[in-house]
Design a protein around this ligand. Structure first.
Ligand code: GTP
Ligand code: MG
Length: 204
């Protein structure tokens, strides 16, 4: 179904840059986390969702986001939730110690966070899901020690595929995973309402 009204974000603010579970805010509000390899466009997608230009920091250099950055958002229809920008995985320049620390922190969060309702897994529409994304989706399905989470795939950078190539590129991503896939572009805003629709379903 095509959503007709734009989701207006009337308030968006950064609440925490957490490096461990202790520095996360108390789990008092529903959360949606955004995961994917470095440079796939997580922070850009978050800015587009929040209608803010640079609240989440973006960069052409992979490895920009190194903490769990928590944002609190309120929409014009009263919907209030937290959006969590996760550090990207697969950043080769990081040391093994740093990668291990990332893994422990992010996995712990994804496994045990009671307020987590959905995880949006981002894949570049031109690459589709690879081993790491499949592992992440499996992990989310199997490892939660608390209530299960919705998993939504977002195929990003749709604007980089020519008009004729979009349908087949999205179809290929859909074929490779179970569950919903949303084509998204942070440049054109395409897919924003569809993704908000999926998030609403998970949170309400
Ligand atoms: P890390 O924080 O390093 O994990 O990266 P990230 O996943 O947060 O990616 P980020 O949003 O910083 O974007 C990485 C690069 O891709 C930037 O140069 C963005 O401008 C670009 N980018 C992100 N989304 C899109 C998109 O939808 N279309 C296009 N054309 N470029 C995008
Ligand atoms: Mg980022």
């Amino acid at each position: 179904m095509k959503p007709t009204q734009e989701t207006r974000v009337i308030e968006a603010r950064f609440v925490a840059g957490a490096v461990d579970a202790a520095s996360l805010p108390a789990p008092t509000l529903a959360e949606v986390a955004f995961a994917g390899r470095s440079n796939v466009g997580k922070s850009s997608l978050l800015n587009a969702m929040m209608q803010r230009h640079a609240l989440a920091r973006t960069s052409g250099t992979p490895g920009c986001t190194r903490q769990l950055n928590v944002f609190e958002v309120r929409c014009s229809d009263g919907l209030a939730l937290r959006l969590v920008d996760l550090p990207g995985y697969g950043w080769a320049k990081r040391s093994k110690a740093e990668r291990d620390q990332w893994q422990g922190m992010v996995e712990g969060y994804l496994r045990t966070r009671v307020s987590l309702r959905a995880v949006v897994v981002l894949v570049d529409v031109r690459r589709g899901p690879e081993d790491q994304e499949r592992q992440l989706v499996d992990f989310l399905g199997q490892s939660r020690s608390v209530s299960p989470v919705h998993v939504i795939l977002a195929a990003t950078k749709l604007d980089k595929v020519g008009a004729a190539g979009r349908k087949p590129a999205l179809a290929a991503v859909k074929k490779a995973v179970h569950g919903p896939v949303v084509g998204f572009s942070a440049v054109t805003g395409e897919g924003r309402e569809e993704l908000w629709g999926g998030i609403r379903e998970a949170v309400l």
